[in-house]
Design a protein around this ligand. Sequence first.
Ligand code: FE2
Ligand code: FE2
Length: 320
Amino acid sequence: MTTIDTPVEHGESEAQARFDELIASDARIEPRDWMPDAYRRTLVRQMSQHAHSEIIGMQPEANWITRAPSLKRKAILMAKVQDEAGHGLYLYSAAQTLGITRDAMTEQLIAGTAKYSSIFNYPTLSWADMGAIGWLVDGAAICNQVPLCRCSYAPYGRAMVRICKEESFHQRQGFEILLTLMRGTPEQRQMAQDAVDRWYWPSLMMFGPPDEESPNSARSMGWKIKRFSNDELRQRFVGMLVPQAEALGVSLPDPQLRWDGERQAYEIGPIDWSELHEVIAGRGPCNAQRMQRRREAHEDGAWVREAAAAYAAKRAEAAA
Ligand SMILES: [Fe+2]
Ligand SMILES: [Fe+2]
């Protein structure tokens, strides 16, 4: 793999030219390579937000572990929530290669200065929500994340390969929960439909604002961090959902949804962005609860961090 010498040796403009060349030729940037500050900052922000989302995202589903309807469902849900913890850890590790510490990222999350995906600020009201989250939220995550496997920053791309494999299992288990409910009693079918009605629009909003309101998107695409625009990915997601909704027998809560033969794509009804802006502004249904739980978990885990640090110091002493 080609590497870029430090700007001290060759001057910043030469390093920049080599960086541009690597990006243009679809080569990957490794942590040791020179990179523009803005590229580094963008990645730190995106990767840490992504890691925080995985960690906060454990909460809505953890809410149902004790109430899962069978031992099998409980075991599957626990495994899924553990996978999300793992995703957070891979991503914190990948972000650390950019020079930020995990402690600093955690501090930002605890202090409320870092963002995470707003989808996790919605409550999980019924067991069917476990199905709708897997099908819709993990489904949207896959659409977003599969192209990230080819992200120009190599550690991020490598982390995403494993994450995407697990996300596709998550999506299938969600689909299967909904399918089981849809084959059940009228009440169970109603519960599944209600969950889809509540999670559908927030899952479309996971792709971010429309392209014309997403000024940083073009720059991220130029750097090959992002490969497709928000609207392209949202479109692709809806295209994937429609046949799956038919197979499930659920309806998608968009009366204006229709196939546009000319564009060979689905026409999506208007999205109520004001709702998303409220959630982003911290006024979503569960923002305060999610943050409080995260802070408590951090405090409750202090003894584990202290014990691990003491053990590591002891081992280092013994090895010296
Ligand atoms: Fe995940
Ligand atoms: Fe997942």
